[in-house]
Ligand binder design. Structure first.
Ligand code: SF4
Ligand code: SF4
Length: 468
């Protein structure tokens, strides 16, 4: 047990303040050097990241955005991995000041039965999704680890027609090594836990309940690694504290994991604070505007080029499209953020009782895909790496050598073709065909391209689940 309790000394606030001060002093030509260095795809140090966050010259800002777009295109092409969140339980013993699920909010709480989980999963599968982010509040009585493990088994066992969920990422409260081992054994994809804020005093003010223990929360990933989970996802809830501080702290945490475990975070998420049941944004002086948000995404794209970056449906469609181009590699789509909402078939306009936060993008998965296609994006439902054991360190080695790039494009096309055969509207289908042709031409390796064409044909003829 002793090894489990650690102090999160890797988040050094004094150092963050120092770094921010140093970054503020970068001249335009020093910032340009940082931008050029980022194009070598080796990442940036803390001070260099800080320098990007202070830029206020529109021309320099433009250069940062151009570099972010270039890096994104180089590593991820025009692919976007899609997933759906699944909220299974909204009981929570914590009282986080920013969350609609907090214990002080009085509303009927619910935990899905295994049968209800299956119903939810069938609706998600019938949209065309293959990846789920499993979400639950913290409540050892109503939502113990056994329930989460059973929920994962139920999700993997549920089918609809020939479809099943191929990857479950899990976002549950910080827990022990033993419990992380249980998640590992149940087939977890990425373990996701947002620090919310890295600033200790702010963290203290925002939390009460077990989650108020900053060190236990911040060292959760160390315990996850100790349990053998090598894919972890970090995140900050932007709007709680100064955005520059949080962004440098996020990189500090990522660098610590990389140095300590030989593998950085698999993903980084950027939720922005949203209004929710009983929560007024007026009480939060650090809200992040659209321009600042773009800067965060672009700067981190330069700083951690190989880390997946996730955007959720908290964002409005217009804002989503702008930041996607700056470096996002995964998005949630068609999301319902209330417990049981998928199978209750609530109209998307009727989101009056979604308790954790307000969704900003209410489009269906098919509408989102249809809107992405004219901009050249290829939606991907790929889970190949996870299923072939390319995770953790081996994933990062591949990713850093850019071999992953070779496999992502054909895999995106194969999974997108499955989507088109089984779920797409005629409108989406019409837009997709030229997009697929164009994406095929972007596969430089001729043998791989030809094999991809053959596999696309096999999928059109009825085969499923083909990947490289
Ligand atoms: Fe509970 Fe998580 Fe909401 Fe906090 S953020 S109240 S822990 S569900
Ligand atoms: Fe992700 Fe691997 Fe598929 Fe690429 S090939 S999209 S890295 S799962």
């Amino acid at each position: 047990m002793k090894a489990e309790r650690q102090v999160a000394t890797f988040i050094d606030e004094a150092r963050i303040v120092e770094v921010l001060e140093a970054g503020k002093r970068y001249s335009p030509s020093a910032v340009r050097d940082v931008v050029s260095k980022s194009l070598e795809l080796k990442g940036l140090d803390l001070e260099e990241l800080a320098a990007l966050l202070w830029v206020d010259d529109p021309e320099l800002e433009h250069e940062i955005y151009n570099a972010a777009r270039k890096i994104k295109e180089h590593i991820y092409g025009k692919r976007l991995v899609l997933f759906a969140p699944l909220y299974v339980c909204n009981y929570c013993v914590n009282n986080c000041r920013y969350c609609g699920y907090r214990a002080g909010n009085r509303f009927p709480r619910r935990r899905l039965t295994m049968e209800e989980i299956s119903q939810e999963v069938k609706v998600i599968l019938d949209m065309g999704h293959k990846r789920i982010a499993l979400e639950a509040g913290e409540d050892p009585v109503h939502c113990p680890i056994d329930y989460i493990v059973d929920a994962m088994k139920q999700i993997y066992a549920t089918t609809s027609g020939n479809a099943c969920i191929r990857r479950i990422n899990v976002n549950i409260a910080a827990t022990t090594v033993d419990e992380y081992k249980m998640l590992k054994d149940a087939g977890i994809g990425t373990y996701v836990l947002f620090q919310e804020t890295y600033h200790r005093d702010t963290y203290k003010r925002m939390h009460s309940g077990p989650k108020a223990d900053y060190d236990w929360h911040a060292t959760a990933m160390d315990r996850a690694f100790a349990a053998g989970i090598d894919d972890v996802g970090l995140g900050v809830l932007y709007g709680l504290c100064d955005w520059r501080f949080e962004t440098v702290a996020l990189l500090m945490h990522a660098q610590y994991l990389d140095k300590t475990y030989g593998v950085g975070p698999h993903t980084i998420s950027f939720p922005r604070l949203r209004a929710a049941c009983g929560i007024s944004l007026d009480n939060f002086p650090h809200l992040v505007g659209d321009d600042e948000f773009k800067r965060i995404v672009a700067s981190l794209r330069l700083a951690v080029p190989y880390t997946g970056m996730i955007l959720s449906t908290r964002e409005e469609p217009v804002s989503r499209e702008e930041v996607i181009a700056l470096g996002i590699s995964q998005i949630s789509a068609g999301s319902m953020v209330g417990v049981g909402e998928y199978s209750e078939g609530k109209a998307r306009e009727d989101h009056s009782d979604t308790p954790q936060f307000e969704v900003g993008d209410h489009r269906s998965l098919d509408e989102i895909i249809r809107d992405l296609l004219p901009d050249g994006y290829i939606p991907s439902f790929c889970t190949a790496c996870y299923r072939t054991g390319r995770t953790g360190e081996s994933f990062m080695d591949l990713a850093k050598n850019a071999h992953i790039h070779e496999m992502c494009q054909p895999n995106a096309l194969l999974t997108f073709q499955e989507y088109l055969c089984d779920y797409a509207s005629p409108d989406t289908m019409e837009r997709a065909l030229p997009a697929i042709e164009k994406a095929l031409m972007e596969i430089d390796n001729e043998a791989l391209r030809n094999e991809c064409v053959r596999r696309l044909e096999r999928i059109r003829a009825g085969e499923r689940d083909l990947y490289f």
